[in-house]
Design a protein around this ligand. Structure first.
Ligand code: NAP
Length: 293
């Protein structure tokens, strides 16, 4: 049976470290770190995500500086909010909660975020930094996967990794991070031929296709490490991932559960990015080097 890679437990451990990091440095810096989650409109799922992020901030001692603009806010109003947060010295991280209401283009607004305050690591400059191996905020979900693999000392150097999905949010940065850790990486997508054959080559398989149950026993090489990024509401209630966990668990060496695997790590890496930015902006060592990918 697979080792279950428990994201909730690691997230709790990392929160404790962040709490200590903040408490030790707050006196020197003179204020706690600040994270602004900017929400526009009333998408109900976004409301839950924003509330979760703000609760997580509260647990570690990060001040939430969020703003909630109405669904009728035009691009100029959202841009003005981003610029206000860019200029706010108490704000170390900014996250524009997606999706935006219809009619608002996300590209120019994401590009307007100060790259040093880009808590999501999705600014073009920061994706370029990842590509070049330069320091900068990293995308939270793939960085969370890397932290989970590192915590369990699952080796990557020289291993054959397959990432299913090539989105900017998950698949592409995931592939770059695995490559930076010296894995040999293949990226599969919706036009890839023989997905099962490709996946079976993987010693480390990361699935971020957004298709419930797309990865079954026939996709998994015995002894592989399987990371399930997908998250879906089952029609009958509860959550499931892109991997058929019941089929894969007896084969895999390690598996992330859904829920409780990658999801909690994504929120934690948002906090990590904010604390790293807070320390960098004040020229203080952060002691979180093992989390920097
Ligand atoms: P996305 O933007 O929809 O991208 C999905 C990717 O999977 C695309 O590259 C697509 O290929 C590929 N794909 C789709 N169907 C496929 C198939 N049949 N075979 C092979 N590849 C296929 O989704 P995303 O934003 O990356 O998110 C992926 C999943 O992760 C979703 O379930 C999402 O909810 C979840 N997620 C979870 C977290 C978390 O914290 N746990 C965070 C972010 C996302 P093409 O490029 O060819 O279309």
């Amino acid at each position: 049976m697979a080792l279950i890679l428990d994201g909730r437990q690691l997230a709790a451990e990392l929160e404790a470290r962040l709490r200590a990091t903040i408490a030790e440095r707050q006196g020197t810096i003179g204020r706690p770190p600040g994270l602004a989650v900017l929400r526009v409109g009333d998408d109900p799922a976004s409301g839950v995500y924003v509330a979760n992020k703000e609760k997580a901030c509260g647990r570690v001692g990060i001040t939430s500086l969020g703003e909630h603009l109405g669904a009728d806010a035009g691009p100029a109003a959202v841009l003005a909010a981003v610029q206000r947060l860019n200029a706010d010295p108490a704000c170390d991280g900014i996250l524009l909660q997606l999706p935006l209401p219809a009619g608002l283009e996300e590209g120019p607004l994401l590009a307007a975020i100060d790259p040093e305050k880009d808590a999501d690591g999705l600014h073009t400059l920061n994706l370029g930094r990842l590509l070049k191996g330069e320091p900068g905020p990293r995308s939270c979900t793939p960085a969370g996967v890397m932290a989970l693999l590192a915590r369990h000392q699952l080796p990557l150097a020289g291993r054959r990794a397959v990432v299913v999905g090539r989105s900017i949010l998950v698949g592409k940065p995931m592939a770059l991070m695995l490559q930076a850790a010296d894995a040999t990486v293949t990226v599969a997508h919706s036009r890839s031929a023989d997905l099962a054959g490709l996946c079976r080559q993987a010693e480390v398989l990361v699935v971020a296709a957004g298709r419930p149950g797309i990865v079954a026993a026939e996709h998994v090489r015995p002894g592989a490490v399987v990371v399930d990024v997908g998250i879906h509401r089952r029609p009958e209630g509860g959550l499931c991932g892109d991997v058929r966990a019941a089929e894969v668990e007896p084969l895999a060496a390690a598996l992330t559960p859904v829920p409780g695997g990658v999801g909690p790590m994504t929120v934690t890496m948002l906090l990590v990015n904010t604390v790293l930015a807070w320390c960098r902006r004040h020229g203080l060592a952060h002691g979180l080097d093992d989390l920097v990918v």
